[in-house]
Design a binder for this molecule. Structure first.
Ligand code: GDP
Ligand code: MG
Length: 161
């Protein structure tokens, strides 16, 4: 069970965040994780893997007819990614804010993309765009046995418990 989080609305929301191959190559894994940890979110799943075309075709199925789709798949299979599941209040929306605009050229300073990247084709991170998408993406990238239920011992400093 989850004694601390039980009964507090919204704080068990989860999202999929991934450090893309450019972020891994550039040794930015730690910088990305650090931002989510410092914000107060709880890491409940993480793995380093080379994503195959099958998982990426499902992950990006809405973009399959876009002109940049072949380049996107090539980019995403060019090296390992770090897939993570983060949990906490409003985590889907807050993660998107922390990640910044899809186009790195438009991403605000202070966001991950705005601080570490300059072009839309190499934008460092992925974060789910809605609660429904997050559920679908978490199920795609993780087996339920890979997600860890645990209690942050200092959650009283994150939420009014
Ligand atoms: P996201 O949710 O902010 O990652 O953006 P989308 O879901 O719209 O697109 C998924 C990913 O496809 C983006 O993060 C980029 O890696 C890539 N992408 C989107 N639009 C473009 C584009 O116009 N050109 C290129 N090269 N890549 C793009
Ligand atoms: Mg998206």
């Amino acid at each position: 069970g989850r004694p601390y989080s039980a009964g507090i609305p919204g704080i068990q929301e989860r999202t999929l965040v991934a450090v893309k191959p450019d972020g891994v190559q550039r040794r930015l894994i730690g910088d990305v994780i650090k931002r989510f940890e410092r914000r107060g979110f709880k890491l409940v799943g993480m793995k380093l893997l080379k994503a195959n075309e099958g998982i990426l075709a499902e992950h990006y199925h809405e973009l399959r007819r876009k002109p940049f789709y072949p380049a996107l798949i090539h980019y995403m299979t060019s090296g390992p990614v770090v897939a993570m599941v983060w949990e906490g209040y409003n985590v889907v929306k807050t993660s998107r804010t922390m990640v910044g605009d899809t186009d790195s050229a438009e991403a605000k300073p202070g966001t991950i993309r705005g601080d570490f990247s300059i072009h839309i084709s190499r934008n460092i991170v992925h974060a789910s765009d809605s609660v429904e998408t997050a559920q679908r993406e978490i199920n795609l990238w993780f087996h339920s046995s890979e997600l860890v239920d645990w209690d942050c011992c200092d959650y009283c400093n994150t939420y009014q418990l």
